[in-house]
Design a protein around this ligand. Sequence first.
Ligand code: KIV
Ligand code: ZN
Length: 513
Amino acid sequence: MKDQLVIFDTTLRDGEQSPGASMTRDEKLRIARQLERMRVNVIEAGFPAASNGDFESVRSVAEAIKDSTVCGLARASENDIRRAGEALRPAKSGRIHTFIATSPIHMEKKLRMSPDQVVEQAVKAIKWASEYTDDIEFSAEDAGRSEIDFLCRIFDAVIKAGAKTLNVPDTVGYNLPQQFGSTIRSLRERVANSDKVIWSVHCHNDLGLAVANSLSAVMEGARQVECTINGLGERAGNASLEEVVMAVRTRQDLFQCDTRIDATQIVPASRLVAGITGFAVQPNKAIVGANAFAHESGIHQDGVLKHRETYEIMRAEDVGWNANKLVMGKHSGRNAFKSRLTELGIGVESEAALNEAFKRFKELADKKHEIFDEDLQALMSEEGLPPAQEHYKLVSTRFHSETGEHPHASITLNTGGQEIKAEADGSGPVDAAFKAIESVAPSGATLLLYSVNNITTGTDSQGEVTVRLSKAGRIVNGQGADTDIIVASAKAYVNGLNKLHSKLEKLNPQGDI
Ligand code: KIV
Ligand code: ZN
């Protein structure tokens, strides 16, 4: 019988710390539901003390998720821990994850605390957390640059105080695989009662070694890996969930453990996170990149056709590549639409929302005869904001673009029940559309990113556009999808403006700490 490797996903917390990856509460909920469907053991939903927005997001995830533990991060301070404890109250299974830095440089220069004070604070943190839950995780921040004797001392103390999971973060991505693995081995050998807790690792990717370091630690007995979808995260990111899971699964000949992850949900999760954050996945990214299972060389193609395992170590369908499954067309009815959404695990809040989505489906089916699962996913992720937060609505668009002429856009926006028209020229039709929208809804925001991806293959595919807008320290992503990429662009821009307008969104993750 193999051990279980606990998969702790921190896309909604560390992932959100990537500049520009800030998510609304509803976006976090959609990702959390997908993580639950994927059977992630622990979902780190946010940092409740960071802002009211983060508190509310963690609480909503705690309310919605039943099959994964929901975790909230807290510094080792009473206020942070109480905020996390409160946010997690509705959780069926909740975990408080508290941390304090343990490396000489962090203790001296950042915390300005002595090692004794750090140990004392860590123990107090566990005591506060234990007023809310037994499921307490302790992280020694910057463990990768901490002294092993001090790590043993602090881990000893927090185990005695009641911590159940001990996390060893390589916060700055400094470690090398063999070295990191031997740190885990030493800790397991030297810390008293080390067999009564779960050893966890949290590796950053500054040297491109986050997955390698995590796997080396697993070889040495770590039984929780903290990771993110698509490797999203601070700076160069965190260990990528899909790579860790599939490495362990594919090399069962070498690992003494396996995960409970439903790997067929990996590609949908990757797409969802890329769509929401606007962080596109590079084509050659392992497991979830568009080329991850594409064989270009004739020799490889020939080999795969003769016997798939000549060049493939995993099956594309096992990680959720479902080869553009044709599901519906313009004659499909409302019930078929609803049941396909259910099969895809997409929940619809109300009958009114279903009717609205079905209307958009029919409009799409008129333009695009073959509707794939990916189209439905994009259609539903376009759902938009709750009506109260939808300040601007795109009513119609018209574009003119011709060789030798200035591209021209006319758009109609509905704002507060009133329809307003505007026109503008631009250096291209997208530029013209954005200028026209700005003349009706002047935000003055800076466009940080504009990206277009095709949702399925073929020239009749929908284009999915992401724009990233920044204004007064706030960064939001807007999304839009359409078979016409100029329309998709206009939808994405209006979606971004609505988010900027919405007061519910927080300034930026951990902004007020
Ligand atoms: O990188 C890190 O050290 C962290 C901790 C809070 C676990 O994210
Ligand atoms: Zn981190």
